[in-house]
Design a protein around this ligand. Structure first.
Ligand SMILES: *Cc1c(COP(=O)(O)O)cnc(C)c1O
Length: 289
């Protein structure tokens, strides 16, 4: 098993602008600068890695940032929003029903009227420029190892954008396995749609819905144990929302003999370590609830 350490991809001393969020923001930031925007505006939940990343990126590249956060304000701010605020992000809370309208042109027009011209990033940061950035991960993989028919690239899924970007980069080579961190069977459709939006229809992929542990930010004691053991044994910290579920799933599949002899499994560590503090705050350090 090889691990692509995108968790190490971040500016010095800032774990928030990291991993797949770094990949997904890169070309968006270049485009926003080129088009003369001075503000980034985006959407997310109160513990969102994407929100934390946009706040960091804004500070680093001199954009003002506005975060539309789903739900009500809870004080004191959780570590994610505290970080966002420290980076200078303006935080606005929107009701769940309002939040659902985030893609409507009328809603975006109103936001622009209220906050001024802004380069708008969707929730989770998935758009065409994000897919472009993620494809560079595969170019790096090709320089680091051989990708062939029995090469599996495994990745955690939220919106499916990272998985779709990897598939575009793989261009039909090897196999890509997605492990959703959310409950439900919508991920296959999302990935298909993202591929179609780029004129692609690759079929060398699968979605494994057996390892979401009850849904987004849900967990079970064995996941917490797994995460701690993994850190101790390999010296690599996983995050409780995405990557621990991914590695747990893979270890389980390997144990069950799901991979034929001669397979190469490449796991993408997408980062997400900023989320640990907030998670510990909610569930107790080490998840000892
Ligand atoms: C956001 C995130 C994901 C999900 O990425 P998508 O492109 O939305 O599927 C996976 N892992 C980590 C650590 C993340 O922060």
């Amino acid at each position: 098993m090889l691990i692509k350490r995108d968790d190490l991809l971040h500016p010095p001393d800032d774990l928030c602008f990291c991993g797949n969020k770094w990949r997904k923001l890169k070309y968006n930031l270049i485009q926003a600068k080129a088009a003369g925007y001075q503000q980034l505006l985006t959407f997310g939940g109160a513990y969102s890695n994407h929100i934390a990343a946009v706040a960091s990126a804004g500070r680093l590249f001199r954009f003002t940032t506005t975060g539309m956060i789903r739900g009500e304000e809870h004080l004191p701010l959780n570590p994610t929003l505290q970080h966002a605020k420290e980076q200078g992000m303006r935080i606005h809370y929107v009701s769940r029903s309002e939040f659902r309208r985030k893609r409507e042109p009328e809603m975006l027009r109103q936001l622009e009227e209220r906050f001024g011209p802004a380069y708008v990033l969707p929730e989770g940061g998935t758009n065409a420029s994000a897919l472009q950035g993620v494809q560079e991960l595969v170019a790096e993989l090709r320089a680091q190892t051989v990708i062939e028919a029995r090469t599996y690239v495994a990745v955690s899924c939220g919106t499916g954008g990272t998985m779709a970007g990897i598939l575009l980069g793989m261009a039909g080579q090897g196999q890509v396995m997605g492990f959703p961190a959310l409950k439900g069977d919508f991920m296959e459709g999302e990935v298909k749609e993202l591929l179609a939006s780029e004129g692609a229809s690759w079929e060398n992929w699968s979605i494994n819905t057996a390892y979401h542990f009850g849904g987004y930010a849900k967990y079970k004691p064995e996941l917490v144990t797994f995460m701690a053991d993994f850190a101790q044994q390999y010296g690599i910290q996983l995050d409780p929302i995405y990557t621990s579920k991914l590695f747990f799933g893979l270890f389980d599949l390997i144990e069950k003999g799901a991979f034929e002899v001669g397979s190469k499994v490449i796991v993408v560590h997408t980062g997400g370590l900023q989320g640990i503090k907030g998670w510990e705050e909610r569930f107790g350090a080490g998840g000892s609830t």
